[in-house]
Design a protein around this ligand. Structure first.
Ligand SMILES: Nc1ncnc2c1ncn2[C@@H]1O[C@H](COP(=O)(O)OP(=O)(O)OP(=O)(O)O)[C@@H](O)[C@H]1O
Ligand SMILES: [Mg+2]
Length: 273
């Protein structure tokens, strides 16, 4: 090997490192904490910096928190709006609610059905006199809007769809009236995250889009079957009314029944994964 060859190799290597580095840095920057430690951090770490979010319409803020050892960002969402009626371009909503409380409730529900690996940890916290939800900032590369814009396809379609089926189920369960694609975030290795539930937990007892449910993760269906309304009420007591919990439980029943029917028609292997 001559000197020029070695030199070129070193150059190529450092170029590769540079290209890969942002992702390495991103992964390495993610502290290895349990969900409980993340909750504690979000509830207690000092807020050392803030800036307005560049996306979304309800003026969230991106905060930087530090406990002296760990420094990490979080999204602060203080919206808490209640209106007897709200007019949209194509429909009217009676008893409209847009509330940060539903973010905290969605995370508590996700914990109960084993989907808390698809949502950021959300806690309730006060900042500058306003109470809101605070979520752990995720290592995100783009959102679904951006992926569509760039016409990118995930390399493993099956793995992608299996995540998407879970998100669709969750959307039906929490009855999100605003499940837009800026709220589906894509992380490392095409990992999907679902954020922003401030317009969820509507009172409908039937599913809004039952046709969205075609396949289901086995464990998720088991957890959903086992979901206890009293435990859900207890774990969300400061964030959901009894009516809202009852509506979740009714939709849970409908989802479970829908999959039972699909399994009877198509066979378990076609429906469950
Ligand atoms: N935990 C998080 N990690 C990474 N990015 C986040 C996180 N929370 C929010 N974001 C980014 O900030 C944007 C705005 O946040 P969010 O969706 O909570 O509020 P919003 O869209 O203004 O609310 P709404 O849709 O109710 O008006 C998101 O689309 C996303 O790009
Ligand atoms: Mg949003």
């Amino acid at each position: 090997m001559d000197a020029v060859y070695l030199c070129r190799r070193a150059l190529l290597h450092s170029l590769l490192v540079c290209l890969v580095c942002p992702f390495l840095a991103l992964a390495a920057d993610e502290p290895n904490l349990t969900k409980e430690q993340i909750k504690h951090f979000l509830l207690t770490a000092e807020i050392v910096n803030s800036r307005p979010s560049t996306k979304g319409i309800t003026h969230t803020s991106r905060l930087t928190l530090s406990d002296g050892v760990i420094t990490h960002d979080a999204s602060f969402q203080p919206v808490n709006e209640h209106k007897t009626k709200m007019e949209f371009d194509d429909h009217l909503e009676i008893n409209f609610v847009d509330s940060y409380k539903y973010n905290v409730a969605a995370y508590a529900l996700a914990e109960l059905i084993g989907m808390d690996d698809m949502l950021p940890v959300y806690v309730e916290r006060k900042w500058k006199g306003n109470t809101g939800s605070l979520s752990w900032w995720l290592p995100v590369k783009m959102d679904e809007v951006e992926r569509h814009k760039q016409k990118l396809s995930p390399p493993n379609l099956e793995a992608w769809n299996n995540q998407m089926y879970k998100i669709r189920l969750f959307d039906q369960l929490v009855s999100d009236s605003d499940p837009n694609l800026t709220n589906v975030l894509i992380g490392e290795n095409w990992k999907l995250w679902r954020i922003d539930f401030t317009r969820a937990f509507r009172l409908n007892k039937d599913l809004k889009d039952p046709g969205d449910l075609v396949r289901c993760d086995r464990q998720l269906l088991e957890k959903l079957r086992a979901l206890d309304g009293n435990v859900l009420a207890e774990n969300t007591k400061r964030y959901l009314t009894k009516e809202e919990v009852d509506a979740v439980m009714s939709r849970r029943d409908k989802i479970v029944a829908l999959f039972q029917k699909l399994i009877a028609e198509k066979g378990e292997n076609e429906v469950l994964y």
